[in-house]
Design a protein around this ligand. Structure first.
Ligand code: C2E
Ligand code: CA
Ligand code: CA
Length: 828
C-alpha cells in the first residue's frame, strides 16, 4: 500500500536504510530513542525507529506535530521542566521522556514532510553543533527518500518506454540516437542495436533532410524547454517505405548536456480514419446537396439561414448567396410572413417534427405550393437550429384539384356532373331538407347536332348551361347529352324556377348567325320525406315528369305524379314484351287507303303496323315504334311489315300501290335496298308498286348516305315519298337534292287548317311547291268532308284519312268499303 506525503511517495513498509539513519542518530547523540516520522495527515507515521516500538501516533500527542507545524527544529532539553510538556503523556507515562530534539525533513521543493527526532530519558544539553549534526542526518533521510522516489519513477518510465505504442527516440546534441524503444523498432523497422549511435537523419526522408538539420540546429540552440506542438511528417523506415508519424519534440538540458526527445506516433490509422470521415462527410454533403427535397437550416438564436441546398435554391428561386446569413424577412416577401411565423412558432413549441403546407413566392412573383417539415434540432456546435425539408407540390396539388374538379364537373359546361349532383342532393336530404329537382331536356338539340355538327351542338350546350344557371340561381348539373338538372333547395319555388328556366331556353340560340329555336321541357319532383328514398328516386321521378312534359309538346314543364311512375314501369314492360311480340305473332299489318282527291279513286294503301298486346290490348304505333327504334327491334319489325305488305299487295289489282314506312333505324342495315329487292322478288311484286315513305330523320343524320339510299331505291324501281312534311325542319333543300315522288303534308296542318291561317298557308305552300316541282301532294288526316273539299279546292292531288278510310285489316276493304270511300270522295 502506498501513501502520498507531500510530493513524496514511498512504500509504507519500514525500510532498513531509514533504520540505519535512526541508528546512526541514536549512536551519534547517545540517546535510547531515535525516530524518522512521516506526516500522515492526522497522524505521524513512524518510518524508522530505535528504542521505541511504535508505528504511528496522533500528531498532537507526538512532539513531532509541533515541528511539522512550525517547520522549525524543536529542542527541549528538559521536558519535565518545560511548562508545555511537563504533563505530557510521554513524559508522565511509561516512556519517561525527558529530552527531545526534532528537525523537519524538507524536500527539494521546500515542503516539510516529516521529522527526524531523538528522545532521551534524562535531560540533556543540545548545542548548535548537535543541531547541525541532526540536520545533516535529516538531509540524509531526505536524500534517501528522494532517491527511492527517483528509482521508483525510473522503473515506471522504463515500463512506459517498453509498453507504449509510441516510439520514444532521444538524440544527443549531435543528433546521435541515444534511446530507441520497442515501439520505435516496430514503427521504423530498425532494431535498437542498429539504431543507437546513428545520426537521426537515417529516419528522415532524403528530401527533408536539409530542412531537418536546420530545424534540429535551431532546436539545440534554443533555450526553450517546452515540448513543441505536434507535427505530422513522413518518416523513413528500414525497408525504404515512408510512414506518416505525428511527431512531438522536446528538449532536455542538464548543464551542457542536451537531449532531444522525440515521440513518434503512427498516423496511418488516424489518417485513414480521417480520410474515411472526410469521404463520408463528402458523401453526406453530396446527398444533401443533390437531394430533390429542399433542405435548409436556420440558427435559432440569430434567426438566420446557415444552410440551404440546391433544391432549396431552385424552389425559392434564389441563390444561396442571397439566403445564407439572412433572416426569413430579408429574403422572402412580407405577404407570406404571417404563415411563416405561425409554422415556426409551432415547430418551436414541440420537440417533434411539424408538417405544414404553405406558399412560397419567388422573386419573379410566381407562387409555389410547398409541403414542409420543420423540426427543432441541435447543431454540431450545440446551438439550437431549425431544420426544414420542403417539397414543391404545386403541380401535384393542381393535378389533384383538376382531378377532383373533373371528378365532380362536366368538362364542357363546367356544371356539376351527375355523381356530384346526386351527392349534393343527398346531403340536402340528410340535413332534413325537402329539395326539389328539375330535370331539363332540350327539345330539338339532336337536330342541331345532326344539322350543324358537334361544335355547334357544344356551343348550344354551353349557352343553355349558362341560361339555366342564371334563371335558376341554384346548383345545376349536366346529367349527360342534352339533359340538365337543377337542385331547388326550397321546393316551394320549384315550379316558378322550372317555368323561368323553360322560358329562358325557349328563346332562340344563335348558331352560325341564325337564331335557332331549340326549347326545352322540364319535369319537377319534390323529395317526400315521408316516402324516404334518396337523390336517385327524386331524379327518377323528375325524369318521369320530364317524359310527360315532352309528350305534351315543346317548352312544357310538369310536376311528377305517382301515376307517371306507373306509366314508366309500363313502358319498360312494353319494351321487353316488344322483343318477343313478333315471334308470338302479336303484330299484324293494317292498311289505309290513299285516294285521288278529284276522282276519289283509291290509288294505294299505306301499310301500318298494329300490335295487340295479350294483356294491354292494342298498343298504338306512336308508342311502340319509338321503342322499337330505340331498342334495336326496328329492322326486324320493318322487314316483317314489308314482307307482309308486299305479299298482300301482290294479290291486288296491278294499278294499286302499297306504301310502307321506312324508319331511320333501318338505315344502318347493310344491304337494305338489296333486302327490299329480295322481298319484292319473293312476293313477286313489281317494284314500281311499292312506295317507301321516309321522314326528315332519314336525311338529317347523314344526308349524303340518305340520298344515296333513296337513289338506290329509285334505281330499283321503287318510288319514294316524303312523309310528315311541315314538322321538323322541312328544308326545301331536300327537294333539290332528291326528286321525291310524293310529298305528304303532316296531318297536324290539315287538322287545324280551318281555324289556323298559318296552317292553311303551309298547306297552300306545300301544294304550290308540289305543283312547281311536278310532284303529287298528299294531305294526311283528312277526317271531314269539309277538309276534303277545301283540299280539293286548293289543288291537292291525293287524300288520306278517316274520311276516306280508316286503317283496317285488308279483308274489310275487299268487302266494298273502298268503293264506298271512293264513291264518297267522288260525290263530294
Ligand atoms: P304516319 O306514317 O304518318 O301514318 C299515318 C298515321 O295517321 C297512322 O297512325 C294513321 O292511323 C293515322 N291517320 C290516318 N288518317 C287519319 C285521320 O283522318 N285522323 C287521324 N287522327 N289519324 C289518321 P298510326 O297507324 O297510329 O301510325 C302512327 C305512325 O307510326 C305512322 O305515322 C308512322 O310514322 C308509324 N308507323 C306505323 N306503322 C309503321 C311501320 O310499319 N313502319 C314504320 N317505320 N313506321 C310505322
Ligand atoms: Ca306514313
Ligand atoms: Ca304521315
Amino acid at each position: 500500500m502506498n501513501t502520498t506525503i507531500g510530493t513524496t511517495q514511498l512504500p509504507r513498509t519500514p525500510s532498513p536504510e531509514y533504520d540505519l539513519i535512526a541508528a546512526i542518530a541514536a549512536d551519534r547523540f547517545d540517546v535510547p530513542i531515535a525516530l524518522v516520522n512521516i506526516d500522515d495527515g492526522e497522524d505521524v507515521w513512524v518510518k524508522a525507529k530505535i528504542g521505541l516500538d511504535l508505528c504511528s501516533a496522533p500528531k498532537d500527542i507526538a512532539f513531532c506535530g509541533h515541528v511539522l507545524e512550525t517547520a522549525q527544529p524543536l529542542i527541549v532539553e528538559d521536558l519535565a521542566a518545560d511548562l508545555r510538556y511537563h504533563d505530557h503523556p510521554l513524559v508522565l507515562g511509561d516512556l519517561h521522556a525527558r529530552f527531545y530534539a526534532g528537525v523537519p525533513l524538507r524536500n527539494r521543493h521546500g515542503v516539510v514532510f516529516g521529522t527526524l527526532c531523538i528522545v532521551d530519558r534524562r535531560p540533556r544539553t543540545f548545542g548548535d553543533r548537535d543541531l547541525r549534526g541532526l540536520m545533516l542526518l535529516a538531509e540524509q533521510v531526505v536524500e534517501r527518500v528522494e532517491l527511492s522516489e527517483l528509482r521508483h519513477r525510473e522503473r515506471a518510465t522504463t515500463v512506459i518506454d517498453q509498453t507504449t505504442t509510441d516510439a520514444f527516440v532521444t538524440c544527443d546534441r549531435h543528433g546521435r540516437v541515444t534511446h530507441w524503444n520497442a515501439a520505435a523498432e516496430a514503427l521504423l523497422g530498425w532494431p535498437r542495436d542498429e539504431a543507437l549511435g546513428r545520426p537521426i537523419t537515417f529516419i528522415i526522408p532524403p528530401a527533408m533532410r536539409s530542412a531537418h538539420s536546420a530545424g534540429f540546429d535551431r532546436l539545440v540552440a534554443s533555450d526553450s524547454a517546452q515540448p513543441m506542438r505536434v507535427v505530422e511528417i513522413p518518416a523513413l523506415r528500414r525497408d525504404g517505405t515512408e510512414v506518416h508519424v505525428e511527431l512531438t519534440l522536446g528538449v532536455h538540458r542538464e548543464g551542457d548536456d542536451v537531449t532531444i526527445v522525440s515521440i513518434l506516433r503512427d498516423a496511418t490509422a488516424r489518417r485513414l480514419l480521417e480520410a474515411e470521415r472526410e469521404a463520408s462527410r463528402m458523401l453526406t454533403d453530396a446527398i444533401v446537396e443533390n437531394m430533390p427535397a429542399a433542405i435548409y437550416a436556420k440558427d435559432l438564436t440569430t434567426d438566420r439561414y446557415v444552410f440551404v441546398n440546391r433544391a432549396f435554391e431552385q424552389l425559392s428561386g434564389r441563390g444561396r448567396q442571397d439566403i445564407i446569413g439572412r433572416s426569413w424577412g430579408d429574403v422572402f416577401p412580407q405577404a407570406d410572413m404571417e404563415a411563416y411565423r405561425r409554422s415556426t412558432n409551432a415547430a418551436m413549441a414541440t420537440s417533434g417534427p411539424i408538417l405544414l403546407e404553405r406558399t412560397m413566392t419567388r422573386p419573379d412573383g410566381t407562387v409555389r405550393q410547398i409541403e414542409a417539415t420543420k423540426i427543432r434540432s441541435v447543431g454540431p456546435d450545440g446551438r439550437m437550429i431549425l431544420l426544414g425539408f420542403a417539397q414543391d407540390v404545386t403541380e401535384e396539388r393542381e393535378a389533384n384539384q383538376r382531378l377532383s374538379y373533373l371528378a365532380h364537373h362536366d368538362p364542357l359546361t363546367g356544371l356539376l356532373n351527375r355523381t356530384r349532383f346526386g351527392e349534393i342532393v343527398d346531403e340536402c336530404i340528410a340535413a332534413g331538407g325537402t329539395p326539389a329537382i328539375i330535370c331539363l331536356d332540350l327539345d330539338r338539340f339532336k337536330i342541331v347536332n345532326d344539322l350543324y355538327g358537334h361544335a355547334a351542338g357544344d356551343e348550344v350546350l354551353v349557352e343553355a348551361a349558362q341560361r339555366i344557371v342564371t334563371a335558376s340561381q341554384s346548383p345545376v348539373a349536366r346529367l349527360g347529352g342534352d339533359e340538365f338538372a337543377v337542385l331547388v333547395a326550397d321546393s316551394g319555388s320549384a315550379g316558378r324556377i322550372a317555368r323561368r328556366t323553360v322560358d329562358t331556353l325557349a328563346r332562340p340560340f344563335g348558331i352560325r348567325g341564325h337564331g335557332v329555336g331549340i326549347g326545352a321541357s322540364a319535369g319537377v319532383a319534390i323529395h317526400q320525406a315521408s316516402h324516404g328514398g334518396d337523390s336517385d328516386l327524386v331524379l327518377r321521378n323528375a325524369d318521369l315528369a320530364l317524359y310527360r312534359a315532352k309528350a305534351e309538346g315543346r317548352n312544357q314543364w310538369c310536376f311528377f305524379e305517382p301515376a307517371m311512375d306507373h306509366a314508366a314501369r309500363e313502358r319498360r314492360q312494353v319494351e321487353s314484351d316488344l322483343r318477343t311480340a313478333l315471334d308470338r305473332g302479336e303484330i299484324h299489318v293494317e292498311y289505309q287507303p290513299l285516294a285521288d282527291a278529284v276522282t276519289g279513286t283509291v290509288i294505294s294503301f299505306e301499310a301500318l303496323a298494329r300490335w295487340d298486346h295479350p294483356r294491354l290490348g292494342r298498343i298504338p304505333p306512336s308508342l311502340f315504334i319509338p321503342i322499337a327504334e330505340e331498342s334495336g327491334i326496328m329492322p326486324d319489325l320493318g322487314r316483317f311489315v314489308l314482307e307482309a305488305a308486299a305479299a298482300e299487295a301482290a294479290s291486288w289489282s296491278p294499278e294499286l300501290k302499297v306504301a310502307v314506312n321506312l324508319s331511320p333505324a333501318q338505315m344502318d342495315e347493310d344491304d337494305l335496298v338489296a333486302q327490299v329487292g329480295r322481298i319484292l322478288a319473293k312476293a313477286a311484286l313489281a317494284p314500281r308498286r311499292l312506295e317507301i315513305e321516309i321522314t326528315e330523320g332519314m336525311l338529317i343524320k347523314d344526308t349524303a348516305r340518305g340520298i344515296r339510299l333513296l337513289t338506290e331505291f329509285r334505281a330499283l324501281g321503287v318510288s319514294v315519298s316524303m312523309d310528315d312534311f311541315g314538322t321538323g325542319y322541312s328544308s326545301l333543300t331536300y327537294f333539290r337534292t332528291f326528286p321525291f315522288d310524293k310529298v305528304k303534308i303532316d296531318q297536324s296542318f290539315i287538322r287545324d287548317m280551318d281555324e289556323n291561317p298559318q296552317s292553311l298557308a303551309i298547306v297552300q305552300a306545300v301544294i304550290g311547291l308540289g305543283r312547281g316541282l311536278g310532284m303529287p301532294v298528299v294531305a294526311e288526316g283528312v277526317e271531314t268532308r269539309d277538309q276534303l273539299e277545301r283540299l280539293r279546292a286548293e289543288g291537292c292531288d291525293v287524300v288520306q284519312g278517316y274520311h276516306i278510310g280508316r286503317p283496317a285489316v285488308i279483308g274489310s276493304f275487299k268487302n266494298g268499303v273502298i268503293l264506298d270511300a271512293v264513291v264518297g270522295a267522288a260525290e263530294a
